[in-house]
Design a protein around this ligand. Structure first.
Ligand SMILES: NC(=O)c1ccc[n+]([C@@H]2O[C@H](COP(=O)([O-])OP(=O)(O)OC[C@H]3O[C@@H](n4cnc5c(N)ncnc54)[C@H](OP(=O)(O)O)[C@@H]3O)[C@@H](O)[C@H]2O)c1
Length: 340
């Protein structure tokens, strides 16, 4: 695996990060402790050092599983977890208040069996808490030694830019990483967020890189999904399946299929390799429910796509340009050396 600095920092992370959202889930889309431990060990043996979890994944079980699996190799893991979503029934068991952030970090440290979180991520915007309170609490957590670096996820561009400006103005710790949904199916962050990451020195770490499994090529037009995450939990899934099963997405998958065939690679490897070639991307968070999926996804790191193949994939998956992006594409450029 290649290792890259995470944003504008000196922290080196593997370009594939192991996502652990389904570890400890009891429904069929989850991974039990034994298999999850094998997946983690294999990922580390393959040279990966970056693992992503969250305080809320499987009600805290994901953190427990990760903590137990890396206990003997803690020093070679860059461990990321998150705070924001509800961890209990009490009023203050959620959000980005100083109160909840500190309590959540203490609980994460216990579950992870460690005394420091390498990267603490704000899982989403909190409309209630003043941003200054959140950023100051992040800074205090870093100063206390419980957290080493901080990151952000799912903020709108203006929210993220405001947070960075406030951190700079106060000399507080600054986000070095940004976690956003990004894949050949979902490229809307290219309108604002990926450029913002490049300009502001945040390492972009895409989640959902296979569109929940759609881009693995195991689903077919017209079929109702029979296996995997997209076939489970009928109510929620009906909506996520209809969102994915669209003509545009099947056309993208067709191009993925053609590129995969010419490399004797899998669909997943092509979809992940395309992401690894995107300029703002630092590390792609792979979700593997089984060891076989991990093996498949790890091989994406060895797949080199030509300029022509990257262009075909990008063209097939080009997002629409809503206002003002289309307007700016048409009228927003300036020739620095006009002839008259
Ligand atoms: N910050 C956030 O808000 C946020 C949100 C979501 C996720 N995340 C992080 O990002 C990680 C990855 O996200 P994701 O799980 O949505 O990623 P994804 O790659 O889009 O979907 C992963 C799912 O696809 C299927 N899959 C994976 N590899 C496969 C392969 N080679 N062949 C066939 N099927 C395959 C598996 O589900 P089935 O086997 O059930 O089909 C797997 O659980 C998570 O673990 C979590 O750490 C963060």
């Amino acid at each position: 695996m290649e290792h890259r600095p995470l944003g504008k920092s000196g922290l080196l992370v593997s370009d594939l990060c192991l996502g652990t959202m389904v570890f400890g889930e009891e429904n069929p889309r989850g991974t039990d402790q034994r298999s999850a431990t094998h997946i983690i060990q294999k990922f580390l043996d393959a040279g990966g050092n970056y693992i992503d979890t969250a305080n809320v994944y499987a009600g805290g079980r994901s953190e427990e599983i990760v903590g137990a699996a890396i206990k003997d190799r803690r020093d070679r893991v860059i461990l990321a977890t998150k705070v924001r979503h509800a961890t209990g029934q009490n009023l203050n068991d959620q959000g980005l208040s100083r109160y909840h952030m500190i309590r959540s970090v203490e609980a994460s440290l216990r579950r992870l069996q460690t005394d420091v979180i390498d990267l603490l991520i704000a899982h989403a915007w909190d409309p209630l808490t003043p941003l200054e309170e959140t950023l100051r609490a992040f800074d205090d957590l870093v100063a206390s030694g419980k957290v080493r670096y901080i990151g952000v996820s799912n903020f709108k561009a203006w929210q993220l830019m405001k947070a960075l400006a406030l951190s700079d103005a106060h000399g507080w710790s600054r986000f070095i990483a940004a976690q956003y949904q990004y894949s050949l199916l979902e490229r809307n962050i290219e309108h604002e967020i990926s450029e913002l990451c490049l300009h502001e020195g945040l390492g972009l770490t895409p989640w959902g890189p296979l569109g929940g499994g759609f881009l693995s090529g195991k689903y077919h037009p017209g079929d109702k999904p029979q296996e995997g995450r997209l076939a489970m939990m009928p109510d929620e899934t009906e909506e996520s399946w209809l969102r994915r099963s669209r003509e545009r997405n099947w056309a993208i998958l067709q191009v993925v299929d053609e590129v995969a065939r010419s490399h004797q690679a899998t669909h997943s490897q092509v979809a992940l390799a395309w992401l690894l070639h995107q300029p703002a991307v630092c590390a792609v968070i792979i979700g593997a429910r089984t060891l076989a999926q991990l093996d498949d996804n790890l091989a994406a790191g060895h797949l080199s796509l030509s300029e022509e193949e990257l262009a075909r994939l990008s063209q097939a998956s080009e997002p629409d340009d809503p206002y003002p992006y289309r307007f700016l594409k048409l009228y927003g450029s300036r020739d620095p050396n006009p002839e008259v």
